[in-house]
Design a protein around this ligand. Structure first.
Ligand SMILES: Cc1cc2nc3c(=O)[nH]c(=O)nc-3n(C[C@H](O)[C@H](O)[C@H](O)COP(=O)(O)O)c2cc1C
Length: 363
């Protein structure tokens, strides 16, 4: 199967990627007190030198007390912005493109000893049947939206090529999408996805207003949640159109459709995956992801599992068919900064398995 399709440039607004391969966002918790240092900059620089087209940074959080669940997750406000500026200049000097993944964890478990003054969540639920705090007030919601926009503006000001909003995996924005955690009866909740989209749409609109029309906004979404792998926001194509169409109407340019295995079909009767359906239904460029180049999926990595190298033919075939526009690669690039070059140059004998110990270091 030809790999040339992976190496065609991709351009959209401010993003000008030399190929179709993105580094998936991966939290590393290696930014002491929230400040990314030279080691973090060098880590991303190695991926740019290794010809990753578009680097999506690890999740980096907005200025709310409970926006992160580990202290060494990088901030995306205040002093941390100088650290990020250094990251951007190193990546650009190496010919790469980079967007920060702007994040708020919402109501998920906090690390031992990390006790933020306030936990934000739509209805105060940490699990569908467990309430552990108060719902966000109108004031909390307004401030959170404003802080997303502030981070978006900062990304543009310090030279990033766009932003990605983290709307996936059961974190704050996704907690509003998901009826099991969003039990609100006001304008931020409701029985339909159209109603539960309100928070994400307001976040996107505020970010758009802050960065202008020409700066690319990606939003990452997922059906699955860390709280429930089988959860689904959209059970039919019509529901998916309402969900994702609403995000695009609000100002999102690219949909990053997270699944754990990119080859799994989204709805019966078609081989199209999540990113394939999103592109077909909504008509904007999409990014797919999930176990590229490896035989095991990523949540296994957190349980200590490694993964063997797997062929990428299935992926190139889908890209040949224009099913989606870019592919994000996580663990394979975390463990090997030269993964893209090795694929490009046919050095497949030099690819190596993913080892769980790679998570402990910035290789
Ligand atoms: C160590 C690690 C940290 C991750 N952190 C994030 C994150 O901050 N934001 C996010 O959207 N996804 C995160 N993910 C999920 C990845 O972006 C990606 O979707 C997942 O690893 C599947 O891709 P892969 O099979 O190529 O690794 C993380 C994954 C790993 C392995």
């Amino acid at each position: 199967m030809p790999i040339s399709t992976l190496f065609k440039p991709f351009e959209l607004k401010s993003i000008k990627s030399r190929n179709r391969i993105a580094m998936a966002p991966m939290t590393r918790t290696m930014s002491p007190n929230g400040i990314p240092g030279d080691d973090v900059a060098a880590y991303y620089e190695r991926r740019a030198k290794g010809e990753v087209g578009l680097i999506i940074t690890e999740g980096t959080v907005i200025d709310r007390p409970g926006s992160k669940n580990y202290p060494n997750i990088p901030n995306f406000y205040g002093e941390a912005l100088d650290g990020w500026k250094n990251v951007v200049s190193k990546v650009h000097a190496a010919g790469g493109q980079i967007v920060p993944q702007i994040w708020h964890v919402g109501n998920v478990g906090m690390a031992n000893g990390w006790e933020p003054a306030k936990i934000d969540s739509p209805s105060g639920y940490i699990m569908p049947d467990k309430q552990n705090t108060e719902p966000m007030t109108e004031e909390d919601i307004a401030d959170t939206i404003a802080k997303f926009a502030q981070s978006a503006k900062a990304a543009k000001d310090i030279g990033f090529d766009g932003i990605e909003l983290h709307g996936a995996h059961g974190y704050l924005i996704d907690q509003f999408f998901w009826k099991e955690l969003n039990k609100r009866a006001d304008k931020w909740g409701g029985a339909t996805i159209k109603e539960r989209n309100a928070f994400a749409e307001e976040v996107i609109k505020a970010c758009r207003a802050a960065v202008g029309d020409d700066f690319a906004i990606i939003i990452r979404i997922s059906q699955w949640k860390q709280q429930d792998y089988d959860a689904r926001i959209a059970t039919t194509p019509d529901e998916m159109t309402e969900w994702l169409g609403g995000l695009v109407d609000a100002g999102a340019d690219i949909l990053h459709c997270s699944q754990r295995r990119f080859w799994l079909p989204e709805f019966e009767g078609s081989d199209l995956n999540f990113a394939g359906w999103a592109k077909k239904l909504v008509g904007v460029p999409t990014i797919s992801v999930g176990s590229v180049g490896l035989d095991g999926e990523f949540l296994g990595a957190f349980r200590g599992q490694g993964s063997e190298v797997a062929p990428i033919d299935g992926l190139t075939k889908r890209m040949e068919n224009d099913e989606f526009d870019m592919i994000a690669v996580g663990r394979a690039i975390l463990s090997d900064p030269e993964w893209v070059l090795k694929i490009k140059e046919g050095r497949t004998n030099e690819l190596h398995p993913f080892d769980r110990r790679d998570l402990a270091v910035l290789k």
